[in-house]
Design a protein around this ligand. Structure first.
Ligand code: ARG
Length: 576
C-alpha cells in the first residue's frame, strides 16, 4: 500500500471540490517533525495563490470534505495552510501485519496493473579496450533501475548498446591479420589495443590498411567479419567477467551493439527524407532543429550522413529507437549515460518523435549522471595518471574489504572471510555510487565507502547481519514472532511508519530514476531500527507478547533492508 499516494489522491479530490485549478498538486510527504504528524500536505498554499484566495481559508474548505477517517485519527491545519495528518495506529498495525504475513505482498509494493514495457540502455562500453571506470556508473545505475522496474512488475528489456563498429576496429583487425598468436595476444585487450595503436601511429602503410579495413568490414567482407567476430568474442567475454564480478544482470543476450543497426541505417535516412525532415548542408545530410541554436543563433544541424557516405552515432541511435519502440514495443526507454550526452539525446529524441520512429506516448528518457572524481577533485585516475581498469578496481575493493573484515572479525576462517569481503567490497563500491545524487559529480573515496558508519553499504549490511543474529539467539531460546504485532512505544511506531514507506519509495524511484532516494530511505530505516533497538528490549522484553511483536518488527526490517539492497544490486550476508 502506497500510503502517500492514498493520501494524495484523497486530498487532491477535496482540493478540486474546493475549487483548486486542475494540475495543482497536493504535495504530500512524510512530516519533517513528529509534532506535524506522520504526513503533511503542503499543496493548499500554492493552489490558493493561483486562485488568488486566502490559503488558510482554502485549506479549511478542503478539510470540510476531506474524509480520511479510515486511516487517520486526526487532521490538523497548521501555519498558513499546511495539513498535518496523524495516522491511526490500528491502521498502521493492520498494514504491517498484512505485509509481514504475506510474501506475495512484495513488502507492500504493488505491481503495475497492465503490462508495461521498459527498455533500459546501460553500460554500453566501447569494445576496443578493457572496461574502465568510465563505464562504472552507467553499469551500476542502469542495473539498479532494471531491477527496480522488474520488481514493480514492468517487463524489462536490458540493452547493452556496445561500441563495436567504429574506425578503431580497422586498426585492431589489421593488427590481428598481421600477427600469428591472435588468441593469446587478445587475452590482454588493453595491451593488444596499445600495440596495434603503436603500429597505427608509426607506420603510414599500416594506417592506410586500417582505414581500408574498416570500409571492407562495413561492406561485409567475410575475412574481416571473421576477425571482427573473434575480437568481439574476446572483448565481450571480458565484459561478462566484469559484470559477473560486479553482480550485474547483463548477459550476452542483452548485447545489441552499434553494428546490429548497420543494415537499417540507409532506411533511417530514407525515412527521414520521406518525412520531409532531411536536408543538406555542406554536402552532409541531416536535420535542422529550431529548438537548438549555436552561438551565432543559427538552428542546429544534426548530421546523420557525412558527405563521404559514413553514418554517425546519432544515426545509429535513431535506428535503435525505432527498434525499441517497434519490435520491443517499449512504453518507456531509458538511456543511462553521463550528462555530457544530454544534448545528443535531446536532439535524437526530438528527431525520432518528429519522424514517427517512436509514437507520441512512448517516453524517451535520458538518465544522466555526473563524473567520478578522485580525492583531489579531478577526474578519477590511477596514481600514475592512467585510466583505472574496472577489473583492478574490483580487485582492490575486495582486498580492502578483506582487511576490514579481518579487523572486525579475526576469528573467521579464510573462506568465510573472502566470501564476506566480496559482498562487502563490491557492495560498498556500488552503494557509494548509487547513494549520490545521480546528476552531481562525486568523489570516489575508499575509506568513506567502506566505513561502518554513515550512509554506506557496510553500515546497511551490518544492520542486516545484526538483526539476523538476534534471530539466531531467539532460536536458541525458542522465542518467535508469530504473535500479534503492536506498536505501543513511540520508537516502535516510528519504525512501523518507516517500514510502510518502502512501497512509496520504490514507486518514487520508478518515476524519478533516482536510486539515491532508496539509499537515503534505507539509511533512515536503519536509523529508526537502531533507535527502536536501543529503547525497546527485544529478547529481554517483559512478556512473550511484546517479545513476539518486537521480533516481528525486527524480521520485517531485515526483509526490507535485504530487499532494498537487492534492488540496488547489493548482496547481504547473515554474519559479518
Ligand atoms: N558506447 C557509448 C559510449 O561509450 C554509450 C552508449 C549509450 N547508448 C546509446 N544508445 N547511445 O559513450
Amino acid at each position: 500500500m502506497n500510503i502517500r499516494k492514498l493520501l494524495s489522491d484523497r486530498i487532491l479530490q477535496s482540493m478540486i471540490t474546493a475549487g483548486a485549478p486542475i494540475g495543482a498538486p497536493a504535495l504530500v510527504s512524510p512530516s519533517t517533525k513528529p509534532q506535524f504528524g506522520d504526513y503533511q500536505a503542503d499543496g493548499c498554499m500554492a493552489a490558493a495563490k493561483k486562485m488568488k484566495t486566502n490559503p488558510r481559508t482554502f485549506a479549511e474548505k478542503v478539510l470540510e470534505t476531506l474524509d480520511l477517517s479510515d486511516v487517520a485519527e486526526k487532521l490538523e491545519l497548521a501555519g498558513p495552510g499546511f495539513i498535518n495528518i496523524f495516522l491511526k495506529t490500528d491502521y498502521l498495525t493492520d498494514q504491517l501485519t498484512q505485509i509481514s504475513a504475506d510474501d506475495e505482498k512484495h513488502l507492500g509494493v504493488e505491481t503495475v496493473e497492465k503490462s508495461q514495457k521498459v527498455v533500459v540502455d546501460y553500460s554500453g562500453p566501447n569494445l576496443a579496450k578493457e572496461m574502465h571506470v568510465g563505464h562504472l556508473r552507467s553499469t551500476i545505475i542502469g542495473d539498479a533501475m532494471a531491477r527496480i522496474f522488474a520488481f514493480k512488475g514492468w517487463e524489462v528489456t536490458r540493452q547493452n548498446h556496445v561500441g563495436d563498429w567504429g574506425t578503431q576496429f580497422g586498426m585492431l583487425l589489421s593488427y590481428m591479420e598481421e600477427i600469428d598468436e591472435v588468441s593469446e595476444s587478445l587475452a590482454d585487450l588493453e595491451e593488444f589495443y596499445r600495440k596495434s595503436k603503436t603500429r597505427f601511429d608509426d607506420d603510414p602503410a599500416f594506417a592506410e590498411k586500417s582505414r581500408a579495413t574498416v570500409v571492407k568490414l562495413q561492406g561485409g567482407d567475410e575475412n574481416c567479419l571473421a576477425h571482427w567476430k573473434a575480437f568481439l568474442n574476446e572483448s565481450l567475454g571480458h565484459c561478462s567477467k566484469v559484470y559477473q564480478q560486479l553482480g550485474v544482470l547483463l548477459t550476452q543476450d542483452d548485447v545489441r551493439g552499434e553494428s546490429a543497426y548497420n543494415d537499417d541505417l540507409p532506411n533511417v535516412i530514407a525515412d527521414l527524407k520521406s518525412a520531409g525532415l532531411l536536408e543538406e548542408s555542406d554536402g552532409a545530410s541531416g536535420v535542422f532543429l529550431d529548438e537548438f541554436r549555436n552561438k551565432d543563433d543559427e538552428r542546429a544541424f544534426i548530421i546523420v550522413q557525412k558527405s563521404d557516405g559514413g553514418y554517425l552515432y546519432a544515426t545509429t541511435d535513431l535506428a535503435a529507437i525505432r527498434h525499441r519502440a517497434g519490435q520491443l514495443a517499449a512504453d518507456r526507454i531509458l538511456y543511462v549515460t553521463d550528462s555530457r550526452q544530454a544534448q545528443h539525446f535531446a536532439q535524437v529524441f526530438l528527431i525520432a518523435k518528429r519522424a514517427g520512429f517512436a509514437p507520441e506516448q512512448v517516453i524517451l528518457e535520458h538518465v544522466p549522471f555526473g563524473m567520478m572524481l578522485g580525492t583531489d577533485g579531478r577526474p578519477f585516475k590511477t596514481r600514475t595518471g592512467g585510466t583505472v581498469k574496472l577489473m583492478d578496481l574490483l580487485k582492490e575493493a575486495q582486498q580492502r574489504a578483506e582487511k576490514l573484515v579481518a579487523e572486525k572479525n579475526p576469528d573467521l576462517d579464510a573462506a568465510a572471510r573472502t566470501e564476506i569481503a566480496s559482498v562487502v567490497g563490491i557492495g560498498a563500491l556500488k552503494y557509494a555510487d548509487l547513494a549520490q545524487n545521480r546528476t552531481s559529480d562525486y568523489v570516489f573515496a575508499w575509506d568513506k565507502m567502506l566505513s561502518l558508519e554513515g550512509n554506506t553499504a557496510p553500515y546497511m549490511q551490518y544492520a542486516y547481519a545484526r538483526i539476523r543474529s538476534i534471530f539466531r539467539k531467539a532460536a536458541d531460546t525458542g522465542a518467535n514472532c508469530t504473535g500479534q504485532l503492536k506498536l505501543a512505544e513511540p520508537a516502535e511506531r516510528a519504525l512501523g511508519v518507516k517500514l510502510l514507506q518502502f512501497s512509496e519509495m520504490v514507486d518514487f524511484v520508478t518515476d524519478s530514476c533516482l536510486p539515491s532516494m532508496l539509499c537515503t530511505y534505507l539509511h533512515e530505516l536503519a536509523g529508526a531500527f537502531m533507535s527502536f533497538y536501543e529503547s525497546c528490549p527485544v529478547l529481554k522484553a517483559d512478556d512473550d507478547e511484546t517479545r513476539s511483536s518486537r521480533l516481528a518488527l525486527c524480521d520485517l526490517t531485515a526483509r526490507v533492508i535485504k530487499q532494498g539492497l537487492e534492488l540496488l544490486g547489493i548482496e547481504t550476508v547473515e554474519k559479518m
